[in-house]
Design a protein around this ligand. Sequence first.
Ligand code: HEM
Length: 404
Amino acid sequence: MSDETLTEILPPIRHWPALDLSGVDFDPVLTELMHEGPVIRVQLPDDEGWAWLVTRHDDVRKVTGDPRFSREAVLERQPARLTQHFVPSLGAVGFLDPPAHTRLRGAMADAFTAHGVERIRQESRRLLGELVDELLQDGPPADLVATVLSPFPVVVTSELLGVPAADRHGLRTWTRLILSSSTDARISERAREEMGAYFAELIGRREGSTDEDVSSLLGAAVGRGEVTLEEAVGLAVLLQTGSEAVTHTCGQLFYLLLTRPDLAERLRAEPEIRPQAIDELLRYIPHRTTVGLSRIATEDVGIRGVRIRAGDAVYVSYLAANRDPDVFPFPETIDFSRSPNPHLSFGSGPHQCPGGALAHLEAGLLVDALLDRVPELRLAVPPKEVPFRRGTLIRGPESLPVTW
Ligand code: HEM
């Protein structure tokens, strides 16, 4: 876009509170912001200043794919809002720009492709089978989050990371201590250090390995001098704890299916539509509160006739992009036959979530196991009594009381 067409008029700054929402309710403030315009200014609770917010699918893709918007610069600009669904540290993958970002992501990329995660499908199904066996043996009622949705992603991620079966229990304990909001901060920090020390040893041992798991890929990259051991360990800890996102997104997914029996019935009756239906559910589920990390413009850039100045912070909303009516007709409707479905639930551009194919595989296995093996599965309390997480970035039920 040429400079002459850019407006210098700054839109008003809108305050965007981080609401504690229940169920799968879409943030009503975000709905208003989307109506206000495609490129507006917002102030988030933890931010001192204002930032741009981009909400249309097309613009979100442009901003996230444009190297003139930097993540490295975020660290210099906004130390207050440095959170996604993990606690970041300096040099973490979320705050790197190419070429450092490409180098680090490249080291583990093969394990996270559709082909890479397919490798662990059988073992993941077996691990889930054990959890569902226990659920059925213990009998109703049960909390689906505590019994299945929380432990399953942790063990699957350990599997992808190449953690030996004997060590999985320890990884589960550390992950729980790191992620639990009720754990003392010092205990969480110690668990993080212990997990880091564990991965340093595991990755160090695999330096010459040709295996396909993440620790082996990282070990080989360390051996070739492509990444440092410190970078590899930081990434492994981030990936292991990243499994939390699947717990909460699938918590919302099952809340949705249990409160919309028509959707669950269709999935039971037509198992062949499940992969496509899961994409539609992922598009619809509002997985987070407000927005993730911003990006900083390194030079003046025009978006929809608005001049973004060098140094300005820009947020994209993947949730808003997923409801863009130009891309998703009747965006409020859950339509299992929606095609194409270019949802941005896993982000876009170089920082796109590496866990997308893995999360899809896990969601698919969970839907298969719980719908097919527990056909009478239903909520044990009225929907309004399901407790949802409060004050967190990632939304989802705190517990999901079910019976059958
Ligand atoms: C349903 C589950 C998940 C959702 C909805 C989700 C969503 C996202 C989103 C929206 C981003 C940010 C993209 C950006 O910064 O623009 C992201 C980044 C990331 N996710 Fe996920 N994620 C999920 C599961 C996972 C899993 C299972 C893992 C690890 C095994 C993971 C690891 C990461 C990492 C490491 C990043 C940072 C990538 C980078 O900055 O290069 N996520 N995720």
